[in-house]
Design a protein around this ligand. Structure first.
Ligand code: ADP
Ligand code: ZN
Length: 216
């Protein structure tokens, strides 16, 4: 099993970059945020529990998150390659991932750290729109759809995530600084850590990452 990790604060562009990298067909995309949103939409018991955390911008507890990832690993074949987007998000999750990989002979080949300034993150998050059907990501100013509210790719309806409102964004950024930012040092000390400048066009960022992935 080979893993690459995309980390960075909300709004850094993990979703956009992972769309492009998974389009290359090598890595399977695992977004804990997307999986949790699906659980919430399904209306299951666990979905109801998760909804409370997500609406306020807090983290879903580690034990719930970790179980989700282990289930995916255990239902995949041993040669699978995954791109983790939004996981790990705490030191506890990162340590669990180390253990889970040790048990399954897996490695983390790269950790890509996407980062930019707070005001840029807020601007990106408040303007973000997502297709209900194919999950393509747009921005009202930086990458608007051709027809307002309609996806260019599939014609689906665009929506704004409930947690992309200013108040919740502030909380998500605080949670990131408190719980996730320390993962940078955790992974820096382990090597294969790549800091990516995200103040460029998405296509350039994706080329940079794809070129690094091609090297090995
Ligand atoms: P963003 O990175 O833009 O905040 P995500 O879709 O990755 O968006 O996450 C949305 C929400 O889902 C988070 O605010 C949190 O409540 C929950 N979540 C996602 N990933 C994790 C995780 N690894 N651990 C705990 N909670 C998570
Ligand atoms: Zn679409």
């Amino acid at each position: 099993m080979e893993i690459i990790v995309l980390m960075g604060p909300p709004g850094a562009g993990k979703g956009t970059v992972s769309e492009s990298i998974t389009a290359q067909g090598k890595f399977k995309h695992i977004s804990t945020g997307d999986l949790f949103r699906e659980a919430v939409t399904s209306g299951s018991e666990i979905g109801k529990e998760i909804a409370g955390y997500m609406e306020s911008g807090s983290l879903v507890p580690d034990n719930v998150t970790i179980k989700l990832i282990e289930n995916i690993f255990d239902s995949s074949n041993k040669e699978a390659k995954f791109m983790l987007d939004g996981f790990p998000r705490t030191i506890g999750q990162a340590e669990m991932l180390e253990n889970a990989l040790k048990e399954r002979n897996g490695i983390i080949s790269h950790v890509f750290f996407l980062n930019t300034k707070k005001d840029v993150l807020i601007q990106r998050l408040t303007g973000r729109r997502i297709c209900k059907d194919c999950k393509a990501i747009y921005h009202t100013l930086f990458s608007p759809s051709k027809v307002d509210g309609i996806c260019d790719v599939c014609g689906g309806e665009l929506y704004q995530r409930e947690d992309d409102c200013l108040e919740t964004i502030e909380n998500r950024l605080n949670v990131y600084n408190k719980k996730t930012a320390s993962l940078v040092d955790f992974y820096k000390s382990k090597g294969s850590f790549v800091e990516v400048d995200v103040n460029k066009k998405p296509a350039e960022i994706c080329d940079e990452i794809n070129n690094i992935l091609k090297e090995n």
